[in-house]
Design a protein around this ligand. Structure first.
Ligand code: BES
Ligand code: ZN
Ligand code: ZN
Length: 515
């Protein structure tokens, strides 16, 4: 079967007068709390004979975030349409406002099957943000909003454009230069996130641990800066990676440990930390013998999101080529009930040598991560960041708006908080100290894999903490952040690709010392 190609998104910059820009749609921004039209909007309004002012006066556009109204130009300017994108209140605007505005425009463009759109969204913000940062946000947003997952929809009428071309426009060559700088990194990160969304959206009969390993190998083949090592079941056995093996033992689709190593081309990485990114990649989480209820179990195909976030981030890193050493570590297994599954009561010896009493086979993420983290610690990584759809309890605590952020190092936590602010992938600090670790002690092994009734996200994090050695460590519990259940003005439903922008931003900030 030939699957349909995911929409191809391409961006560029163009030096052109706003009213001279031939395009299917010119997107401009509008704040809800700014009474007077800004310079660009006033210029367009006068060319259109008061068309924008009228739309606002009639109350047809409220300018809140997510709003967008199309105005037809009737040949009065070169653009066929103008999209007025609502930006909400100016005093609340962040770089994510810029990103979402571009997402909104790209989403509309794909739905309306437009060939080319031109973004002048930066104009409304004046000097509030660095222009190159805004270009990066616009590029990321365009990828994000233009994304659709429909590989398996065979119908010819698919209700969307095959490709999306977008341009960041400005008449000033100095501004274009700045836009171009941010555009380059934004395109890389945006494309890496869409890559991650597609892999994550693929169901468990298409993607299983060996397939994920194949995808990682392909990335390494395509980049001279990446190398890939995969441990199969036999090698996992030889190394004593009991956590990954136990979880994978119930499925015909055998587990893997996938390792992607990025080596910078210059020696300038000297003195910078060795960073390991560790991602949970359960290709399907049925719960195993401690089986989950039937409703919404299909969503557990997304339990591989953490691992795929690491894969997507490594793709971006290879293209951004920062002077850093980065190791991507992805333990992957399918958690199914069968005659060969691991069971409640089993005692597993993990790669670290620590033993774990399994009390619930559905707490499988921490079992595979224990081996992934211990492997990272053994490589003498200075910083370990893990990403996992780990606990329903984290969703109970934070809803589907922020990921839980745990860790043992104030500076690393602050750096990730700053990256979250700039990337729009939000996090909230949570505890994982001794009180919680105490709950994870077993009477008949070193640890047990579940704690008490309360604080499940914190006890899970406290469990992971036992496997990091001396490293600085952060843990992102992204349960609930992996999915958009419904489409919004900014994006289609399905995988969110959460974490690719956050981690790529964290890494690039380390280089520019912005963190
Ligand atoms: N993959 C789930 C966590 C999850 C739940 C992610 C909902 C996204 C949405 C994880 O493996 C799991 O099942 N955790 C259990 C742990 C419990 C048995 C201690 C949970 O959260 O219920
Ligand atoms: Zn589970
Ligand atoms: Zn899981």
């Amino acid at each position: 079967m030939t699957m349909k190609q995911i929409i191809d998104v391409k961006l560029r910059t163009r030096k052109v007068d706003f009213s001279q820009c031939k395009t299917d749609m010119l997107a401009v921004g509008l704040f809800s709390d700014v009474k007077k039209l800004d310079k660009l909007n006033a210029e367009l309004d006068s060319k259109l004979g008061g068309g924008l002012k009228q739309l606002i006066r009639l109350g047809d556009l409220k300018a809140k975030e997510g709003a967008g109204e199309v105005v037809y130009s009737n040949g009065k300017i070169e653009a066929k349409r103008i999209l007025l994108v609502g930006l909400g209140e100016k005093k609340k605007a962040t770089l994510n406002t810029v990103r979402k505005a571009a997402g909104n425009a790209a989403n509309k463009a794909v739905a309306m099957k437009m060939g080319i759109i031109s973004l002048a969204l930066h104009k409304a913000f004046g000097g509030k943000f660095d222009l190159s940062d805004m270009a990066r946000a616009m590029a990321e947003g365009t990828h994000f909003g233009g994304y659709r997952y429909d590989e398996f929809v065979t119908g010819s009428e698919d209700g969307r454009a095959k490709s999306l071309r977008a341009e960041l426009i400005d008449p000033d060559p100095a501004e274009i230069k700045k836009l171009r700088k941010g555009l380059a990194s934004g395109m890389i990160i945006g494309a890496a996130q869409s890559y991650a969304r597609t892999l994550a959206n693929r169901p468990a009969n298409i993607i299983y641990p060996a397939k994920l390993a194949e995808a990682a190998r392909k990335l390494a083949r395509e980049s001279k800066r990446l190398t890939c090592t995969v441990f199969n079941e036999k090698q996992l056995s030889a190394k004593g990676m009991g956590g990954i093996l136990a979880v994978g033992s119930g499925s015909q689709n055998k587990p893997r440990l996938i390792i992607l190593k990025y080596t910078p081309s210059t020696k300038s990485a000297r003195g910078r930390p060795n960073i390991a990114l560790v991602g949970k990649a359960i290709t399907f989480d049925s719960g195993g013998i401690s089986i989950k209820p039937a409703s919404n179990m299909d969503q557990m195909k997304l339990d591989k999101t953490g691992g795929i976030t690491v894969l997507g981030t490594m793709k971006a890193v290879a293209e951004l080529a920062p002077p850093l050493n980065v190791l991507g570590i992805i333990p992957s297994a399918e958690n199914l009930p069968s005659g060969t599954s691991y069971r409640p009561g089993d005692i597993i010896t993990t790669f670290s040598g620590k033993t774990v009493e399994v009390l619930n086979t559905d707490a499988e993420g921490r079992m595979i991560l224990s081996d992934g983290l211990a492997y990272a610690a053994k490589q003498k990584c200075d910083v370990i960041i893990d990403v996992a759809t780990l606990t329903g309890a984290c969703m109970v605590a934070l809803g589907q708006h922020m990921a839980g952020l745990f860790g043992n190092d104030e500076k690393l936590i602050k750096q990730l908080q700053k990256a979250a602010e700039d990337s729009g992938e939000r996090v909230w600090p949570m505890p994982s100290g001794d009180e919680y670790a105490e709950e994870m002690k077993s009477k008949i092994a070193d640890l047990k894999n579940i704690g008490g009734k309360w604080g499940g996200a914190c006890t899970a994090a406290a469990f992971l903490r036992q496997f990091i050695g001396e490293a600085k460590w952060a843990h992102l519990d992204i349960a609930g952040m992996d999915i958009f259940k419904k489409a919004t003005a900014f994006t289609a439903e399905g995988s969110s690709g959460f974490g690719v922008r956050l981690l790529a931003t964290y890494l690039t900030h380390l280089v520019t010392d912005r963190a």
